[in-house]
Design a protein around this ligand. Sequence first.
Ligand code: HEM
Length: 455
Amino acid sequence: MQIAHSKTRVKDPFLPPGPKGLPLLGSLIDYFSDMLGFLTRVSSEYGDIVYYKLGSRKMYLLNNPEHIKDVLVTHNRNFEKSRALKRTKIVLGEGLLTNEGDSHLKQRRTIQPIFHHQRIRSYGDVMADYASRIGEDWKNGSVVNIHKEMMKLTLSIVSKTIFDSEMESESDEIGECLTDLVTLFPQMIFPYSEYLDGLPLPANQRFHKAKSKLDKIIYTMIEERRSNPGNRNDLLTMLLEAQDEEGDGEGMTDLQVRDEALTLFLAGQESTANSLVWTWYLISTHPQIEKKIHEEIDSVLSGRQPTLDDLGKLSYTQNVFKEALRLYPPAWAVARLVKEDYEVGGYIIPAGADIFMSQYVVHRDPRLYKEADRFIPERWDFEEAKNLPRFAYFPFGGGTRRCIGEPFAWMEGVILIATIASKWKMRLVPHQKIVPEALITIRPKNGMNMILEKR
Ligand code: HEM
């Protein structure tokens, strides 16, 4: 899988090839002006292991599925979450995404049973109900920004399933807080940005305001549950009741529950919303595939709402979602910090360096996928899909840090697509420039306007 190296590579025999960048800044400007474009370019130019600098940070981009497996699974103990993710602790505290080591394992053990298929089964109906309801406000021939619509829909679903809250009044406020937090994220991870934290900059003020609003909402809910433990079936109640059965048998403090609930809330909303946005984009621009998915949905559902029992029969719909997650993986990269010097492909990556592994890049690697840039849901039924290396496809990460919400996300994705596509078609408003933008997840930079057609 080695690729010829370009003349612009860093000329150091001990370093993997990569773009030279500018003095002091390295590739900072290129990277932050178009992250996905930069990563795609350097990986096709320099091959399996690419070295570049972002300011003083040493970055190693791994593009070979075997190397990725070694980092996420085989040698996972030698890595921590990246500096960027550590920075999100100022919002997420010590929730599952940001927690490390034994503390992470203990929390993961405590929370894992909550995501067992049997326990989240009942959420299937919530998902289908909410997806049907969104159509009540839609009109034949009208134009919607599908990004906004999917954010609203997944927000109402996480609000209901995590907090048993309809959140009608709060949902706009929460939506605004989330948008603030997500759009301010690139500034937060910019090298040296931690030195600006204490300054009264407008961005910092917006950030802290958004965070304290979210905190207030969640602590109020925890307090309500603790003082009035009813018979609720939401994830917040399950978190409050969860105990580390295999460990010390203890439950969580309010702070831990707050961190975990907020983590699930943030991790569960934006990624699922964007996975659906790109799915609609791909379906609406591929009429043959749209026809096939409609045929399957119509024959399985005959106009009724899907239930969990239908999921197995909606195999083409599943392939469509899977293929959309390949081309537009909402989590477009995972990053790790090296704890002790680490050898990969004959190079030593020093302790303290950053390793970057991009789903967006690997999922579109022509060495792994035929017609890698094309949307072909059928590919998942072909023999060659079975022969792909394990980490050629990793929209949900892998190893001990694999997405805990994956079963939830699959269920939500397929149920929402089936419910909406059984009633509606979408057409992209012509002459829009659709630009994928890599923030925490990949979203369409300027939104995505769709013309609705009632089926
Ligand atoms: C299409 C939707 C989703 C995608 C693409 C996705 C992707 C990912 C990825 C790639 C990771 C691993 C990050 C890393 O290793 O650094 C992750 C972790 C995580 N995800 Fe998801 N996710 C999705 C939906 C959800 C949902 C619905 C929830 C919760 C309801 C959720 C909760 C989490 C949590 C808590 C973690 C941290 C797990 C740990 O480290 O123990 N995700 N997700």
